[in-house]
Ligand binder design. Structure first.
Ligand code: R5P
Length: 281
């Protein structure tokens, strides 16, 4: 069994390979003088496991090129972070359903696909091949357990993420809630846990994606005001755009951690275990 990956997913791919006792293929990545991407994989097998997060448009092109380089008929694709998935419907006339466009593009030459905490599971139906999603909620729960916090409150940023929060909290049978926004005035919003109090205890805000960090930064400042002893943020996909990590630290968050679906300095838990389990099924 052999794995091949795009540049942004090299470390995760090698962790998956280790878990599967497989080897990784050496790929040369470069650019033509006009900026077009080029790659050449050395030692591909007939059927490959291809690993590539779509973190930007170049990584999408790299993944398309890599899939084309793999000529087998039984290739499996792992998309640890699937960018473009959030445009999962046509919000306004004239817009594409980007998630569908990308899913179709990445289905060609692939037998089966695995994603990780995809923005919405309905995106899986956009692939032209069988696609399944794995969740890192339990892995985040294990990480929180290792933090050894005293009576932490696990907090999801909104109702839509509440189920994810409950799955994280199940790892330690901790209290769990989600944030509720209350409009105080035209330009003032209060954010607080819907039912429980944050006073005097550490709070871990958990989300699938931290992008700009705006929601969590605002929530963290308010939670500190409500007496939380410490606020932490943990997510699956650390998109961390526009200085998000610094914004979150400046908002008083003690630590911000993510998985290696996007390889970051603050990647503290790996998606390799869940992905390799699923590949073996
Ligand atoms: C939304 O659907 C996601 O779960 C995240 O809450 C969202 O992407 C976070 O965005 P930001 O970090 O920009 O507030």
């Amino acid at each position: 069994m052999k794995l091949v990956s795009t540049e942004p997913s090299q470390v995760l791919a090698s962790r998956i390979a280790d878990a599967l006792n497989a080897s990784v293929v050496d790929v040369k990545f470069s650019c033509f003088p006009d900026g077009e991407l080029y790659l050449c994989a050395n030692g591909l097998d007939e059927d490959m496991i291809i690993v590539g997060s779509v973190v930007d448009s170049d990584s999408l092109v790299q993944l398309v090129l890599l899939i084309d380089a793999c000529e087998g008929s039984n290739n499996r694709l792992v998309i640890p972070y699937m960018g473009y998935a959030r445009q999962d419907k046509r919000f306004r006339a004239g817009e594409p359903v980007s998630a569908r466009a990308v899913s179709r593009l990445l289905s060609r030459g692939i037998d089966r696909c695995i994603t990780v905490n995809i923005h919405d599971k309905k995106v899986l139906s956009y692939f032209d091949i069988p696609a399944s999603d794995v969740s890192l909620a339990r892995d985040i729960g294990t990480y929180v357990k290792d933090m050894d916090l005293d009576d932490p409150l696990i907090l999801a940023p909104d109702e839509g993420t509440a189920a994810f929060g409950r799955q994280v909290a199940a790892a330690g049978t901790w209290d769990c809630d989600h944030l509720e926004k209350t409009r105080i005035s035209g330009d003032e919003v209060r954010m607080a846990p819907r039912a429980l109090s944050a006073a005097g205890r550490p709070v871990v805000i958990v989300d699938d994606i931290i992008s700009t960090g705006a929601t969590i930064a605002t929530a963290a400042a308010m939670l500190r005001g409500q007496g939380a002893s410490d606020v932490f943020a943990a997510c699956v996909h650390g998109v961390l755009t526009g200085g998000a990590f610094s914004r979150l630290k400046a908002a008083g968050i003690k630590d911000v951690v993510c998985s290696d679906t996007i390889e970051r300095g603050c990647s503290r838990y790996s998606a390799a275990g869940r992905i390799s389990e699923t590949l073996l099924q």
